[in-house]
Design a protein around this ligand. Structure first.
Ligand code: SF4
Length: 337
């Protein structure tokens, strides 16, 4: 028998051993999932990928509500895995990690320590394990932590971020596996995927590029930008075509560099050089042009085509056509780029 306080804690931290124990004690079975739990899991995933954070109901005094919250976590993981979409998985893992970080910000040090211990994080950490769960924040770089005998000393202030990063990394690994699951899960996964393919859920944010109209970007470029905004490590080809596309529509170098900022291991100096190189301002002086649609298809970068795509043969033509037909963007009309 679990007290409401214990269930509430498990709903906040569903990745802990204690929460897994709750799931075991209620005899949860993947084959006999309660439709309410499945629906809650779907909402958990959609809210996570849309808002960047999950918001489980943890204040309730109802045992049923708290239990459904706890169960929605393993079910949501199955649903996300079944989508087979790495962007959805990445955004969902981030959203769970962000929720953990937010809850931990209000906890007493003892609770934070207990949650950390359940993830195997103590007052010191093996150097390699530390590197593997290194939060992206500058404070955690090796030059700022104390290292002795192959171990990194973990201070209490570091715990919330280390916990969140560990949750994120473990989830990413788990979500990369495709489990066997009943058709009901497959259906929910397909629904999630259908909604997640919209630009909103992909996280494409329109930014004021002066005279450049981001809403007129072709779907292929929006997809690359969205992946970068979600922190996905984009391949060389993807980075190159986005950069050449952006240069060719007249986007300033400074703003192109900003596309790359959320990506892992972002290095501003190298990125600026790379973008300037593509623009012909460095190296050979050649201004590279953006590949046409046929080439984009062969590179596997023609993604999320829409009806306008069937009328053009080049992403730049798409942009020009869309910009001409789209109503004037209030943001775009404001200033020079
Ligand atoms: S058809 Fe061309 S413009 Fe449309 S998504 Fe594919 S590559 Fe981009």
């Amino acid at each position: 028998v679990w007290s409401p306080a214990e269930l509430s804690e498990c709903a906040k931290y569903p990745f802990t051993d204690r929460a897994r124990e709750v799931v075991r004690t209620v005899n949860f079975s993947i084959d006999k999932v309660d439709p309410k739990v499945l629906e809650r899991a779907k909402q958990r995933v959609l809210a996570g990928i849309e808002d960047g954070i999950v918001r489980p109901e943890v204040q309730s005094s109802s045992e049923t509500i708290l239990l459904n919250e706890i169960l929605s976590f393993p079910v949501a993981k199955i649903v996300v895995s079944l989508t087979g979409d790495r962007l959805v998985a990445r955004r969902y893992a981030d959203a769970e990690a962000n929720a953990a970080r937010k809850f931990l910000a209000y906890e007493k040090p003892q609770v934070i320590k207990e949650v950390a211990a359940q993830l195997g994080i103590g007052s010191s950490m093996d150097f390699v394990a530390y590197l593997n769960s290194l939060p992206r924040d500058e404070r955690f770089r090796l030059c700022h932590v104390s290292l002795a005998g192959g171990n990194v000393t973990v201070s209490p202030e570091m715990l919330p971020d280390l916990i969140a990063e560990t949750v994120r990394l473990r989830l990413e690994q788990q979500l990369a596996q495709k489990p066997e699951a009943p058709a009901t899960y497959q259906k929910v996964a397909a629904e999630v995927k259908a909604e997640a393919s919209s630009e909103k859920l992909l996280g494409f944010k329109e930014v004021d590029y002066g005279t450049v109209d981001a809403s007129a970007f072709p779907p292929c470029m929006k997809t690359i930008v969205a992946e970068m905004q979600a922190g996905v490590k984009e391949g060389h080809q993807g980075r190159f075509v986005l950069s050449t596309f952006a240069i060719n529509i007249g986007m300033p170098i400074e703003q192109i560099v900003e596309f790359y900022r959320p990506t892992p291991n972002f290095n501003e100096k190298k990125t600026r050089y790379y973008v300037e190189y593509s623009a012909g301002l460095r190296g050979s002086g050649v201004k590279y042009s953006c590949p046409g649609c046929e080439k984009m298809v062969s590179l596997g970068l023609c993604r999320n085509k829409d009806s306008l795509c069937s009328t053009i043969r080049h992403p730049l033509s798409y942009y020009a056509k869309k910009k001409k037909t789209a109503p004037a963007q209030p943001k775009a009309a404001k200033g020079a780029g």
